[in-house]
Structure formats: C-alpha cells, structure tokens
Design a protein around this ligand. Sequence first.
Ligand code: ADP
Ligand code: MG
Length: 710
Amino acid sequence: MSPPETKISPLKNSVTSLWGVGAERAAQFARLDIRTIEDLLLHRPRRYEDRRHFRSIAELTRDEPATARGTVVACGLKRFRKGARSVFELILDDGTARLHCRWWNLPFMEKYFAVGDEVFVFGKLVETKPRTIDHPETEVIEGGEESFVHINRIAPVYPLTEGLPQRWLRGLIWRTLERFERYIAEPWPQGGDARPARPSDKTDAPAVRPYPNLPTRANAVHMIHFPEELTDVEIARRRLALDEFIALQREMQLRRKKFEANAKALPCGGDNRLMKPFLARLGFKLTGAQTKVLREIRADMNGLPSPKGFGTAGAHPMRRLLQGDVGSGKTVVAACTALMALEGGFNVALMAPTEILAEQHYANFQRWFDRLRVRVALQTGSHKTAHDVRRVPCSVKEQPDDRKTLDATRNTQHTSLFIGTHALIESGFAPEDLGLVIIDEQHKFGVAQREQLVRKGRYPHLLVMTATPIPRTLGLTLYGDLDVSVIDELPGGRGRIRTFVRMADKLPKVWEFIREKIAAGRQAYVVYPRVEEQDTVNDIKAVTKEFENVQRALAPFRVGLMHGRLKSREKDEIMAAFRANQIQALVATALIEVGLDVPNATVMLVENAERFGLAQLHQLRGRIGRGAHESQCILISNSQTAEARERLKVLEDTTDGFQIAEADLKLRGPGELLGRQQSGMPRFRFGNLVEDLALVRRAREMVLAQGGAS
Ligand code: ADP
Ligand code: MG
C-alpha cells in the first residue's frame, strides 16, 4: 500500500509526459499555471455537478442555477439582417418540458450539437414562456469506455482556458489520478486516516493522529476531483488547505529556528540613562498600551526567554511585530526601543518606505535625541550620505562633509541611529555593532527586504511596525515567525474624524467647506489616486493639472504640490512649508498615505476614492485627526455604481481599522490588502485566508509541536 520509494517524485514530471498532452495542450495548461503532473492533480474544480439526480426541465427556476439533461429536438442558427449579430438556439426535451438554450453572437456553437444528442445543461432561466436559458454551460453526453467518468456521478467542472475542453480535461485527470495517486505522499509523519472521513464516521483509529477526521492526502486529492458525496468536497479541501498552511509554517519556523540556533541576544535595554530624560521631556505621557508594549519589548531586549512559543529555550534576539492603528503612537515606541539599544552601546537602523517619511522621522528623532547626545544620520536615495554613514564606525568621529552628517556628528555619544529608506539595504551601509533594526510600515516592504537589513548586523534585535491592521489569519500566515505586540489604544485629546462619501457633483460645496476650514486656521490634504503602482508620467500630469484647479478653487490660499518625481529637496521644502502653515493645502498622490504627521491638517479630500482599497483609505485618513480639532474626510466617488459607493460607506460607519481590513480582505482578497509589494505572498489553491483561521492555527500548532521541521 505504501508508495514506492523514489528519489524524485514522478509527480514532478512535466504534463507533457502524459499521454495525449502535446505542445499545444501544454501551452494551454501553462496559462492555467499547470506545468507538472502535481499541478494538474491540484487543479481545483470550480464547481461540481451532481449528475446522479437532475432537475427536470419543468423544475428549473429563475433563481438558482441547476443541472438538467435532455435530448436535442431542434437546433439552428439565426442571423439578423443588420450587422454580424446572430443567435444559436438549441431546444431540449426531457419529457417534462422543453428548454430553449440561446447563445448570442457565438455562431460556431452550431458545430457542437446535432438533433438527437443527449446534453447536460447548467444554468438558470431568463424566461419561463418559453423556458429559456442564455449561454448555459453544456456538455454533450457521449457513451463509450469512459462515460462513467462523466455521468451518473458527481462530476467536477474545471476552470478552463480557450481551446481546452471540459470533458477532455476531466478524462485526463481521471486517468492521471488512476496512475499517479499512489505517488501522492504524506508530507507529515503518520499521515491521515486511511479512508475518507465523514462527519458520521466513528473514530476507531489510533488516539494520536496528526489529521484527526481528515483523509490522507492521496484520498483528499481524489475526493476533490471525484467526491462520492458533495460533503466530501469540503473535507478534502480542508485537508489540502491544511497542507498548504503547514508547508508555509514549516518554512517560517525553519527560518526562525535557524536564526535562533545561531543567535544570542545582544544585551540591550539597561540603565534608562537615555530613556528617563527622553520620557521626561517628551511633552506627553505614554498611553497604557504604549507602556504595555514597551514592557514586552524590554523583556526581549534584555534577552529574557520568550514566554511561550518557539521551543528553544534561552535568549535570542527580539523578532517582534508591533501593530497599532494609524495615530496610535508607534514612533515613540520605536524611539524608546532605539534608546534601549543605544544605552547598551549598539547602533540602530530604522528603515521607512518613503523619503518623506524617512525625512520626517529624521527630523523628529533629531529633535528628541539631540539633547541626549545621540547621533542621528539620514540615508535615502537622494541624500547621498552613504559614504559618510559607512565610514562612521561607532566609536570614531569623522570630519563630516554633508549637512546631515554634520548634525549627526556634533554629539559626542559614540552610538548612532541611522534612518533611511531601502537605500539602507542597497548601499554599502554596514555599521559596526548593529544592535537593533526597526522597520516602519512593514507592509510596504517584503519579507526579503526586512531580512536583508537584518543581515547587515550579527543577529540584531528586530522590531517591525505596521499600521495595516492585519486580520489574524493573514498575520499568522505572513508574520508567523514573529511575536506580536498590539497598541490597542489611541492617545487621548484627539478630535474626532468624520467621514463622508459624496458624488463628484457635490465638489463645489466641498471646496466651499474647505475654504471655510482654512479660513478658520486649519489645513487640508487633497489626494489623487495613482493609476500605477509608481508615480508615472501620466499620473504626474494628471495631478499637476488638478493642482491648478485646486489653486483656483482655494485662491487666495496657498496650495502646494507633492508627488514622487519631485527632487528630495523640493519635497523637503514643501513639507516644511506645510508644517509651518505657509502652505494651507497640499495636493498629493497617495504618497502621503504612510506616516505623515501634521496635527493642524484636519481636512482631507480624496478624489476617485473608489480606486483605493478600504485599508488604504483608512491609512490616508489617518493623516488627519492628529490634533485636538475635529477632522473631516471627504471621499469623492466618481463611480456610477452603487456597489462602489456602498463599499466606501464602510468608512463612514467605522474607524476601527480591524473591521475595515476584514472588509477589504473579503471584498478584494489579500493581495490588494497588502499591496503588490507583498510579493512574497504565497498563492493558495485550497486555503482561504478569510475563513480558515482555525486551520492556520492548527497548522501552526502542529509545526510548533514538531519543533519546527522534521
Ligand atoms: P503612528 O502609530 O501612526 O506611527 P505616530 O507615531 O506618528 O503614529 O503618532 C501620532 C501622533 O501622536 C504624533 O504626533 C505623536 O507625537 C503623538 N503621540 C504619540 N504618543 C502619544 C501619547 N502617548 N500622548 C499624546 N500624543 C501622542
Ligand atoms: Mg507611523
């Protein structure tokens, strides 16, 4: 019964090694991402048709698509005089009624049917007199050797691509299963139950089973294609989804284990000699949530074993995800964490996704750390302090030749905080004694980038921060190798943010409203979506044109323009002017989505809001509501569809980032929620990140119990 021992599984062979699959079919398969036999066996049916019991044609309804079968009694193509329009019509009879099937403008359908054919038809009625279905899915019933694959059973219906026939594919998968099912190995010791489990089954198998109530992987693959009952499908899907989650968790735990085996925590977070004066002069008290999170961080930084989780006892460097909604005050937590490392005598690197944000952090940390005599240096793509940064070992003062490093070296403290964009990874940046890496807005980076920066040091502590509230399933999937701290409280004394969704025809009134607010002393953001991921020439053109409109609409108030193609110095100047309220309104691309902090800006207008994801709009909206004044966010929808407006209304109703992220995940899937940058995102065939939280947890527990990998 056990699968034959082979070094390389035959499942890894190309589909072209299968009988009947040549170059043309292989090209069609490639479009479906099917390259190996394994890919083919994991090609997931789109739906199932119970071909044991049919609706009679008389029972078909308008509401619910269903399968019927009947005999073709007439068929014909009708062309209309004008244009190329045509309709091909097929009339089926099953003894209870007649059914008209119509295909518009698909004249070639004619060649697939003949009077006397038996046909399966799937769809719902568009008319009842006569009973009519438009563009149904059909399959001619053929007798012959393999007919049992297609009829009198629950038949899988697969996603196809042009030229690939449903029936042929089903036959191929059946034959491939027959030959290769025995090579489908259990990825986990001991495997699953030997026979398909049904909820009604009694459990008489051994007490400890890795997959209680789930079939073996081979059985699951069989069941996903050819289930005996429709309830088998979900059971099989769960098993295959669990395998996907386990594979991912294993990989993550392996990475973590490797890391822990080698890494000893650097002793950080000692004597508070920097922390105390920092907190004393901060101007506000930390929130309870910030304090709680800092306690968790300090335990890691001190090198205390983590309380639960990763098996290996002993002190290893911190690897922690700090989650907190926009405005929850993650920057201050980052500053305190940095101080712990600096107190320990180590350098710190902080990476932010945009130059503007890096500059802002640079300004803040300089202001905070100057009096503590901690050097702060900046490195972005346009601030080329690369050489200076590289050559500044932590204990040597060098002659500065750049304004940024000048500021940095004025202090006498021997350790430094290096702030930068991804330029930190790409350049020769390699500080001595790197004790801590902080990554702001982690969701804008990939896992690989984060690890690249970590590798610049010898096992530094790692703190990654994100404001995208990540639903639990995603968090465990993407960040399963990190411990998590959550700031679940906003600082007090904040004005409320109210959000309104408006159609474009209300714009004149909106401008009037913004003018009033500016007249009262406030400032505004006006945001245009980017069409592409990066600021493209066209986007710049569009936003530049809009900029002129906004200037007219808000004159005589001063308006600034900010986009990704500006020189860094120009961006600096505009941001500085906006901060100083020399500019009252800032027109920008979604570049400002992360991190900016200008408390007097209380109004935000977002154009073409339907082009943004909800989570992204929530981030954008986090730019306002940072001061004591009440803030307003106006989302202009140019979409005519009620659906798009409904989606935006979620933002009118809630400011809870988690709810919004869940809604986004359901509506648009994980890729959109995380942004395309998250290219490390694995593709799941069977796992569902919205619904499979329990399975993700189980996979994680199974892998942890095994000590990571076997
Ligand atoms: P985010 O979590 O979005 O990165 P920031 O760190 O930018 O948020 O903080 C937002 C604003 O709140 C900043 O102006 C910051 O100075 C302020 N802030 C942070 N913590 C507190 C606090 N405990 N009390 C009052 N204001 C705070
Ligand atoms: Mg921030």
